[in-house]
Write a protein that binds this ligand. Structure first.
Ligand code: HEM
Length: 428
């Protein structure tokens, strides 16, 4: 596959000042907001809190002295936080007691009514419509037709240079491109699509721009969806358009657009962060990096250990629908429930030395993709992309290592975690 624009041209067009908004660059704004949460390592606090009790009253962020979104959304209702693996699993597998409708007040305001905030049976009906589009078999096709060419395109731009920032030049760039191709969008629209996606995922820092970007994406996708109804293609929007609900009805334009737009924060941002975390985990543990370079059968173990060690999303939420008990603690009806995936993944009752990055651990599934009916829909896509990232960077950048002349990168953030930059060098 040939692309007509180089990554540099795409980025330059995406960053070009807009009339009336000349001083604003969404990419710079995103970078700034990455550094604004001075949280380098929340894990010691997770360990302390979990050792006290698996379930606490009060929000997770409150424990860090940070203004809590859950507290704000709860508006005076109780907030309960779950820190253990078993507590997280209980909540996520009991959708009757712990409802996903909690997202109506947050993501729902920007994304509309999507599967993320639906409970059963509605959730199951809508999810079934799209589930097969993300099957392992489909992912094999995506891997060859989309993921390989897209990743090569970005690596081609720096492979001869011998140094790069893997975040800004690679991990940040490819996932949005992959989703735009999966939706069947033309390459000429990529810069605008990038720009609005970056504004959308920077929503927490710049609320109004996030809302405007969400509306832009809606207006942009609307005519595309109408056109695909007449002229269906081999892409995700067409899969959604063709899907039939059990009563024979089809999804409305609104529902198709809502789903397409949901893939940006759920799919692109998580993949960018998890790929960055994986490369930093390996580059800062050269012995393990060497082991996987010499034995590619370890790649899956690297992916799973990265996700356990440094999950890109440390927090998800539910709402308690009745008075109940969790790990021996009372939870009131109507309470917001913060589920700390980060803490669950470091639960010492499940993993020895959980803070250690160790690709040779016994295989045990982590909590990074959630659990129960809302288990990540993109789980096969996410794992496949991380695997291809590792294979490609290893094959194409021999002797890859952290840049000794640059500041040592670190994973930062509380709710969303990854390094802001990943300066590397290799042999050319
Ligand atoms: C490493 C990467 C990823 C991680 C860590 C991740 C994590 C998660 C988690 C924790 C949930 C459950 C949320 C909840 O129960 O409240 C979820 C749901 C979801 N994810 Fe992912 N995700 C990743 C990649 C992706 C990708 C690549 C896509 C698709 C393009 C995707 C699409 C979705 C969707 C649509 C849902 C909602 C599923 C439902 O409500 O039934 N995710 N993800």
């Amino acid at each position: 596959m040939k692309f007509t624009m180089t990554p540099a041209e795409t980025l330059a067009a995406a960053r070009a000042p807009e009339p009336g908004d000349e001083g604003y660059d969404p990419f710079e704004a995103f970078d700034r907001s990455q550094g604004s949460e001075a949280m380098s390592d929340p894990y010691p606090i997770f360990t302390e809190v979990l050792a006290e009790c698996p379930v606490h009253h009060g929000s997770m962020e409150h424990r860090f002295g940070i203004k809590s979104v859950s507290d704000k959304l709860a508006g005076g209702r109780p907030v309960t936080s779950v820190y253990s693996y078993s507590g997280a699993e209980t909540v996520l597998r009991d959708g009757e007691t712990f409802s996903a409708s909690v997202y109506e007040e947050s993501m729902g305001k920007v994304m509309g009514h999507t599967i993320l905030e639906m409970d059963e049976p509605e959730h199951g009906i809508y999810r079934a419509l799209i589930q097969h589009a993300f099957s392992r078999r489909e992912m094999d096709r995506w891997e060859n037709e989309i993921v390989h060419p897209v990743m090569n395109h970005y690596i081609d731009a720096f492979a001869d240079r011998g140094r790069a920032d893997l975040v800004s030049e690679f991990t940040f760039m490819f996932p949005i491109h992959v989703i735009s191709m999966a939706l069947g969008l033309p390459e000429s629209d990529l810069p605008a699509f990038y720009r609005r996606t970056v504004e959308l995922i920077n929503m927490a820092a710049e609320m109004e721009r996030g809302f405007a970007a969400s509306q832009w994406l809606y207006d942009y996708l609307e005519p595309v969806v109408k056109e695909r109804r007449v002229n269906p293609q081999d892409d995700l929007l067409s899969v959604l358009i063709k899907a039939e609900l059990p009563d024979g009805k089809r999804l409305t334009d609104d529902e198709v657009i809502g789903f397409g737009r949901l893939l940006l924060p759920t799919g692109a941002e998580t993949t960018f962060r998890s790929s960055s975390n994986m490369m930093l985990g390996l580059l800062s543990h050269p012995d393990q990096f060497e082991a996987v370079q010499n034995d590619r059968s370890l790649v899956d173990a690297v992916v799973e250990e990265t996700l356990r060690w440094e999950t890109p999303i440390t927090l998800i939420s539910r709402m308690s629908m009745s008075d109940t008990e969790l790990e021996g603690e009372k939870v009131a009806a109507g309470a917001f429930v913060d589920i700390s995936l980060g803490s669950a993944n470091h639960d010492p009752s499940r993993w020895d030395n959980p803070e250690r990055f160790d690709i040779f651990r016994d295989k045990k599934i982590g909590m990074s993709f959630g659990a129960g009916v809302h288990l990540c829909l993109g789980i096969n896509l996410a794992r496949m992309q991380m695997r291809v990232v590792l294979d490609k960077l290893t094959d194409r950048l021999p002797g890859l290592r952290l840049d000794p002349d640059a500041e040592t990168p670190a994973i930062v953030g509380l709710g969303l975690r990854s390094p802001a930059a990943l300066p590397v060098v290799w042999d050319v």
